[in-house]
Design a protein around this ligand. Structure first.
Ligand code: HXC
Length: 510
């Protein structure tokens, strides 16, 4: 008996060293942890239970029958993060570059199926070269099955991808279908085809970083929702992130104990809006002053900074925040900001996370670059996402809410539940200068008349009261009471029931 136990321990030991000491050393030299080290950091200590540790590939082409490594390049199982069940798979780059074989795919599929059946999030740690080339179509079939499961689980359980090494082919397409993608700076890359293939096909010479590093995907392409300095920081941030999310679309996110008073008044907000309407202020300041303990988990922080998206807690409960940022392009809505906001709104709606929208928007960005790039359709995405969202929606207009952007940013008309405005709000078709130049064109050149017209327009429209007189704004509130008012509104809306007419699914302008 003792010998049998010993044999098991030996087999486990062999599986645990994956591709061997040399490859592990190479992994460490690149500043990367191994798959098992990553899982240990991600999950609560001692909570990981591994599945399928002895699975091996069945390929017999290209001499593969002589090269088998238990586990076959992916470590899978479940564990807990702060006590909550999480399913996890981590690609092991030391084994065939983490590439996906038929059996490797089956291990991932098992995790996906269990997570969906048992309604718990899946986190994938990616460090892999895509389909195992020696397996051909069997690997492609495996990816197809993984992709299908990504899609079926979408909107039911949260799916998170953390990119921690060079990833190609299917190892970027599967993450692309998950809810969030985070990357590690300088050691992770995502591309459909790597620099060598790019050189052959298009004759472009690019480095892996230029083609698909975190510096590209977190700022230019918007593929990544965030980027971290190293593996350790990334994994610890995933632990923090998961705490904001529910286990599934049928559960609420965990309510964490808060030591912050929901009645807290922030008098500094009474002076945050500059006297000059063209001067910016930092919307982050408002967000952190509203949030429990000032804690804000930002999504896509370095992309389309003119809109801010992320999670806070109010009275310990998760809330999604969407806010225009006057510090970047005056907070204007362009294609990128609209897409970013829309995707975030849809995530929150999928998972019953209430939305707080902070509005200071001068309108949509004019110009050929935007129009040629499809601004109409991208702007429509945000409008559509807000209108379709049935979660509680609380809106606060701090300053500008001009034109179509007023309608889009969770206005009453697209079923904002509580719409507040600060006394500094300006709700109109456009700013005074532009408006006067159009409706009093004949008087242009007469500076005195134009100044009088501008003053008249400002006193009539550069306020929240025309909208409040019509009930489009439920109440004009004191800036210092914003946290208190939002908390009270969300409490009042906690049992909101809103249903859309039956449909197979809506047809959001993609
Ligand atoms: C089998 C692979 C592999 C793969 C890497 N390896 N990718 N083995 N199939 N796809 C092996 C290497 O042979 C090597 O084995 C080890 O992994 C490490 O790879 P290196 O190339 O030495 O590492 P590095 O220089 O860091 O480059 C990593 C890489 C590169 C950028 C990922 O390996 C690469 O470009 N691989 C191919 C990527 C690719 O084209 N994949 C197919 C995509 S198609 P040893 O034994 O030396 O350690 C696809 C289909 C689905 O995925 C698409 C759906 C839309």
């Amino acid at each position: 008996m003792k010998e049998i136990l010993q044999q098991l321990e030996e087999r486990r030991e062999k599986a645990r060293i994956g591709g061997g000491a040399k490859r592990i050393e190479a992994q460490h030299k690149k500043g990367k942890l191994t798959a098992r080290e990553r899982i240990d950091l991600l999950l609560d200590e001692g909570s990981f239970e591994e599945f399928d540790m002895f699975v091996e590939h069945r390929c017999t082409d290209f001499g593969m029958e002589n090269s088998k490594i238990p586990g076959d390049g992916v470590v899978t199982g479940w564990g807990t993060i702060n006590g909550r069940v999480i399913y996890v798979f981590a690609k092991d780059f030391t084994v065939f570059g983490g590439s996906l074989s038929d059996t490797h795919a089956q291990k991932i599929m098992k995790i996906q199926d269990m997570a969906l059946q048992n309604r718990a999030p899946v986190i994938g740690l990616f460090d892999a070269g895509g389909a195992r080339i020696q397996e051909g179509v069997a690997a492609l079939g495996g990816y197809g099955e993984v992709f299908y499961r990504n899609v079926i689980a979408s909107g039911v359980i949260p799916q998170i991808s953390l990119i921690m090494g060079p990833c190609a082919g299917g190892d970027v397409y599967s993450p692309a279908m998950t809810d969030f993608i985070f990357m590690v700076k300088d050691t992770s890359y995502m591309f459909v085809t790597g620099p060598d293939v790019v050189k052959t096909v298009t004759n472009e010479t690019v480095t892996a970083e230029e083609l698909g590093g975190a510096s590209i995907h977190a700022t230019k392409s918007s593929i990544a929702d965030g980027a971290y300095e190293n593996d350790v920081e990334a994994l610890l941030q995933m632990r923090r992130f998961v705490d904001f999310l529910p286990a599934s679309n049928r559960e609420d996110a965990p309510v964490l104990p808060s030591f912050d008073n929901s009645d807290r008044l922030e008098y500094s907000l009474d002076t945050i809006i500059p006297d000059n309407p063209n001067m910016p202020y930092d919307m982050h300041e408002l967000i952190t002053k509203i949030a429990d303990e000032g804690d804000f988990f930002e999504i896509q922080e370095t992309f389309a900074g003119n809109i801010i998206t992320g999670f806070i807690r109010l009275e310990g409960r998760t809330v999604g925040v969407v806010a225009n940022q006057p510090m970047v392009l005056a907070g204007v809505l362009d294609s990128d900001a609209s897409r970013k906001g829309a995707r975030f709104v849809r995530f929150c709606d999928c998972f019953n996370i209430p939305l707080v929208t902070l509005v200071d928007v001068p309108g949509f960005l004019p110009g050929t670059a935007q129009e040629y790039g499809g601004l109409i359709k991208h702007g429509a995405k945000l409008l559509f996402a807000y209108a379709e969202a049935t979660v509680p929606k609380v809106t606060v207009i701090t300053r500008k809410a001009y034109g179509g952007a007023y309608d889009v940013m969770s206005s009453k008309h697209i079923r904002g539940d509580m719409n507040y405005a600060w006394p500094t709000a300006e709700i109109a078709v456009m700013g005074a200068k532009g408006a006067v130049e159009i409706i009093f064109r004949a008087e242009l050149g007469d500076d005195e008349k134009i100044a009088a017209r501008t003053a008249e327009y400002e006193s009539r429209f550069a306020t929240p009261f025309v909208a409040a007189e019509r009930g489009y704004i439920d109440e004009v509130i004191m800036p210092h009471a914003t946290r208190k008012r939002i908390c009270r509104a969300l409490n009042m809306l906690r049992n909101k029931q809103a249903e859309l007419p039956w449909k197979k699914h809506a047809n959001i302008p993609l």
